[in-house]
Design a protein around this ligand. Structure first.
Ligand SMILES: *Cc1c(COP(=O)(O)O)cnc(C)c1O
Length: 443
């Protein structure tokens, strides 16, 4: 499907930004020229997916569309107990609401924002255990998304194994610049979770992109297909949580899948799904959505598609580096991360240099990105990232060239940019970047 886009005038962009409270989530999509806000649900569906949509079985219970989804999850991911949910966070609510009790610790290579919020909402404490290389934007390490098992052990020693209920591995590690996790690290984390008696969950949102990197970078899998790696890697988990909006190649959908041995967890997840998502054979989705996701999961592990996909992100990374922005290396699977703290080194973290850069990219060229630094993640120590996420199967080289030209113009006047302050934020700080209002500082 094609849709016209146009670049609003500079005055229109300035007005849109001001009325959005300098929060790009509040800018109307038709005011955006190249939308790199997220890769979540923004991709293009294939002909085969649209064809599958037409055979959606809308029965309330036991639809054949659910059966086809279950078969796809079993074939592609190796789990045959599936609880659909309307999207990833719905699946997180089902799973973490079942696994996390008041006072529990949850360890994760890095908690994604909604994951952190679900742990907190269930009274748990989210502890990140990223590989030390994750916070070095220039370290050319092949698996900077890995979980640091040493850090995990230290977090267990502080509170005792009985208080650590869940260990999560997020593949790729979205909050650590979309960096991949090796299969070797997955095995270590599985053994660690087993040793402390915790449930081992893989947040599989980008399992296919991760598998592609494994085929390229982990010698043991040099001759394997992404499909083979995906099954091997996911096979270590007790349960997986999935946003179909990423590597499910759909615009909406998600699910939890549970290992065959964990009857009790599967039953409890289904009960919670009934409360929050819907009967466990549709989980808040129409039958046609289940069909599209079943086809999308199979397409996502195609090696040619993955080479194109990850290649496009690398191409955007090269454009931004050529424009003079400090690009996180190596470029991740779904997005290019730029260190705004380094690009705008005159703006302190407390004044949100990432937000300053993101707003200016919009003002300059109608390019929408997202700040993932101290505005999005208050009270956590992290680099001041701006993320340029690439929707799947959507944009062309010309779009990336426009983004590169926009970035070069912003870099030229970077030292004139001023920071921002928050003027209004929601009660749940973990989610403030979706809805807070800001104001530019006068410099
Ligand atoms: C997107 C995402 C989620 C949440 O999924 P939604 O479909 O946006 O609700 C959870 N974990 C990770 C790693 C994600 O990238």
């Amino acid at each position: 499907m094609a849709t016209p886009v146009d670049l609003p005038s500079r005055e229109e962009r300035a007005a849109a930004l001001e009325s959005a409270g300098y929060n790009l989530f509040d800018v109307a999509a038709d005011r955006v020229f190249v939308d790199l806000l997220t890769d979540s649900g923004t991709g293009t569906m294939s002909d085969a997916q649209w064809a599958a949509v037409l055979r959606g079985d809308e029965s309330y219970a036991g639809s054949s569309s659910f059966r086809r989804l279950r078969e796809a999850v079993a074939d592609v991911m190796g789990f045959d107990r599936v609880v659909p949910a309307h999207q990833g966070r719905g699946a997180e609510n089902v799973l973490y609401g079942t696994l996390v009790a008041e006072g529990d610790r949850v360890l994760n290579n890095t908690h994604f924002d909604t994951t952190r919020a679900h742990v907190a909402a269930n009274g748990g404490e989210a502890v990140d255990c990223p590989d030390p290389a994750a916070s070095e934007p220039d370290a050319n390490d092949p698996f900077k998304g890995n979980f640091d098992v040493e850090a995990g052990r230290a977090a267990v020693d502080e509170v005792g194994a009985a208080n650590v209920s869940v260990v999560v591995l997020t593949i790729t590690n979205n909050s650590a610049a979309g960096q991949p996790v090796s299969v070797e690290n997955t095995r270590e984390v599985a053994a660690f979770a087993d040793e402390i008696g915790a449930t081992f969950v893989i947040d599989a949102c980008r399992f296919a992109e991760n598998a592609h990197f494994v085929t390229e970078r982990e010698p043991e899998f040099a001759d394997a297909t992404a499909a083979e790696v995906a099954r091997e890697q996911l096979g270590y988990a007790d349960a997986i949580v999935m946003s179909g909006k990423k590597d499910g190649l759909v615009n909406i959908g998600g699910f939890v899948a549970v290992d065959g041995g964990l009857d009790d967890l599967f039953e409890r997840a289904k009960q919670r799904a009934i409360l929050y998502e819907g009967f466990p054979t549709y989980g808040g989705l129409a039958g046609r959505d289940l069909e599209a996701m079943a086809v999308g999961l199979r397409e996502a592990v195609d090696d040619d598609y993955l080479a194109h996909r990850v290649g496009q992100v690398a191409e955007l990374g090269a454009e931004l580096a050529a424009a003079g922005l400090p690009v996180y290396e190596p470029v991740g699977g779904h997005a290019v991360y730029v260190d705004a703290g380094a690009a705008l080194d005159h703006v302190p973290s407390s004044d949100f240099p990432g937000q300053a850069l993101a707003c200016e990219l919009y003002l300059e060229g109608g390019v929408r990105t997202v700040e993932l630094g101290s505005f999005a993640f208050p009270e956590t120590e992290r680099p001041e990232y701006v993320r340029f996420a690439v929707p799947r199967r959507t944009y062309h080289r010309e779009h990336f060239e426009h983004v590169g030209e926009t970035a070069a113009a912003v870099v030229d006047r970077a030292d004139e940019l001023t920071g921002f302050e928050v003027v209004d934020e929601p009660p749940m700080k973990e989610l403030r970047h979706f809805s807070a209002d800001l104001r530019p500082l006068d410099g």
